[in-house]
Design a protein around this ligand. Structure first.
Ligand code: NAP
Ligand code: F7E
Length: 322
C-alpha cells in the first residue's frame, strides 16, 4: 500500500474519521477536503490532525474541487461529504440537492478532467430503497426514495454508474445501510438514545422525546463499514455493493436494549413526540450483503447488542464529569 494517495471528502464526519484511521494504518498519504466553518468541527479527528493534509473545499464550489484533485493527484477518492441528516432534507431540500446530488457531478468532473484514472467511491445509501419494493434489499432492488435526501442519493448513484459507463472510469457505489458508532452525530436516533440514556442514568436528564418507535433499520458498526469502502476500491473492477448486517430491528428494540444497559426500563422515560415524525417515513430496511461477502470477502463483525453497549459506554464516559 506504501505510497498511495487518497482524498477523503467528509473527513470530519463519522465515517471520514474511521476511514482515515484505516487508510493511515495501511500507509496511505491522506488528504482531507474540509470546508471553512466559523468554528472548525474537529471532534472526530482531533487525534489525526497532524497526520492528514487538509485542503479547503466545498462540494458546492467547483473550483475548489478542481484544485483539490489537481493538487494532490489522488489514486483513490472517497466521497463521504453530504448533508447526511434525512430530517433536515425536508427543511433544506435545495441545499441537500446541491451538495449530495450536483456536488457529486462536480467532483466527478474534477476527477475526469484532472486525474481520470483515480478510483472513486460514492457514499450511496439504503435510503434510496425508501418505501421498499422487496425484502431483503439487494443491488438489484428498484429504488423508491421517500425524502429529498433519498432522492439526492439516487441522483448521485446514477451519476457514478454513468461515469463508469461513459468514460470507463473506476467508479463504485457502496449502498450502505445505517451504521453507527460513538462518533455518530447527536441528532441521529441511535446516538440521541445512547446520549440520553447516559444523561438519565447520571441524573442529568429525566426524559427522552422520540418520534416513530416502530421504524425498523438494519444497523451496523461504522468501523466495519469503512473497511468495505476500501475493499470496493481494491476489487478488480468497479461495481456496486450493498453493505448491511442482514438483521433488522425497531427503534423500540434499540431503546429497550440501551436502557437495559444501565438497568432502567425505557417505558419510564420515553415520551413519543409528534415533532419527531417525518413527512414520509421509511418503515423498514433490511439488506442482503451476499454480493460483498462473495466478491469482497467482507462481513460485519460487531453485533447489534455489542454496538449498543459500545455507544452507551462511550456516552457514559463523555457525560460523566465527576
Ligand atoms: P456525517 O457524520 O454527517 O459527515 C458528513 C461530512 O460531510 C462532514 O465531514 C461534513 O463536514 C461534510 N460536509 C457536509 N457538507 C459539505 C459540503 N458542502 N462540502 C464539503 N463537505 C461537506 O455523515 P456520515 O454518517 O459519516 O456519512 C458519510 C457519508 O455516507 C454521507 O455521504 C452519508 O450521506 C452517507 N451514508 C451514511 C450512512 C450512515 O448510516 N452513516 C449510510 C449510508 C450513507 P462538516 O464537519 O464541515 O459539517
Ligand atoms: O432515523 C426514527 C426515524 O435519523 C432512523 C443517515 O445516516 O441512515 C441514516 O438515516 C429512524 C427513522 O437515520 C426519532 O423516523 C424515531 O425511521 O437515525 P435516523 P435515517 O433517517 O435512517 C441512512 C442509511 C443514511 O444514509 C442517512 O445519511 O428513527 N426516529 N424517533 C427518529 N429519528 C431521529 N433522528 N430522531 C428521533 O427522535
Amino acid at each position: 500500500m506504501e505510497g498511495k494517495v487518497a482524498l477523503v471528502t467528509g473527513l470530519t464526519g463519522q465515517d471520514g474519521s474511521y476511514l482515515t484511521e484505516l487508510l493511515l494504518s495501511k500507509g496511505y498519504d491522506v488528504y482531507g477536503l474540509v470546508r471553512r466553518l466559523s468554528s472548525p468541527s474537529t471532534t472526530n479527528i482531533k487525534h489525526l490532525l497532524s497526520e492528514v493534509n487538509f485542503i479547503q473545499g466545498d462540494l458546492i464550489d467547483q473550483s475548489s474541487l478542481d484544485n483539490a484533485i489537481y493538487s494532490c493527484k489522488p489514486d483513490e477518492v472517497y466521497n463521504l461529504a453530504a448533508q447526511s441528516f434525512v430530517g433536515t432534507s425536508w427543511e433544506q431540500p435545495v441545499l441537500t440537492g446541491e451538495v449530495n446530488a450536483i456536488g457529486v457531478t462536480r467532483l466527478l468532473e474534477a476527477i475526469r478532467k484532472n486525474k481520470k484514472d483515480a478510483k472513486f467511491y460514492q457514499a450511496s445509501s439504503s435510503e434510496m430503497f425508501g418505501k421498499v419494493v422487496e425484502m431483503p434489499q439487494t443491488e438489484k432492488t428498484p429504488f423508491y426514495p421517500r425524502s429529498p435526501y433519498g432522492i439526492s442519493k439516487v441522483y448521485s448513484y446514477y451519476y457514478t454508474v454513468n461515469y463508469r459507463e461513459s468514460y470507463d472510469m473506476f467508479c463504485s457505489n457502496g449502498i450502505l445501510f445505517n451504521h453507527e458508532s460513538p462518533r455518530r452525530g447527536i441528532e441521529f436516533v441511535t446516538r440521541k438514545i445512547t446520549d440520553s440514556v447516559a444523561k438519565i442514568s447520571l441524573g442529568l436528564a429525566s426524559e427522552l422525546r422520540l418520534g416513530n418507535l416502530d421504524a425498523k433499520r438494519d444497523w451496523g458498526f461504522a468501523g466495519d463499514y469503512v473497511k468495505a469502502m476500501w475493499m470496493m476500491l481494491q476489487h478488480d473492477k468497479p461495481d456496486d455493493f450493498v453493505i448491511a448486517t442482514g438483521e433488522t430491528h425497531s427503534v423500540r428494540e434499540f431503546v429497550e436494549l440501551a436502557f437495559s444497559e444501565v438497568g432502567l426500563d425505557y417505558k419510564d422515560y420515553v415520551v413519543v413526540d409528534p415533532k419527531f415524525f417525518r413527512p414520509a417515513e421509511v418503515n423498514i430496511l433490511l439488506g442482503d450483503y451476499g454480493k460483498a461477502k462473495n466478491l469482497l470477502k467482507w462481513e460485519p463483525e460487531v453485533s447489534f447488542k455489542e454496538l449498543i453497549s459500545m455507544m452507551v459506554k462511550s456516552d457514559l464516559d463523555k457525560n460523566d464529569v465527576r
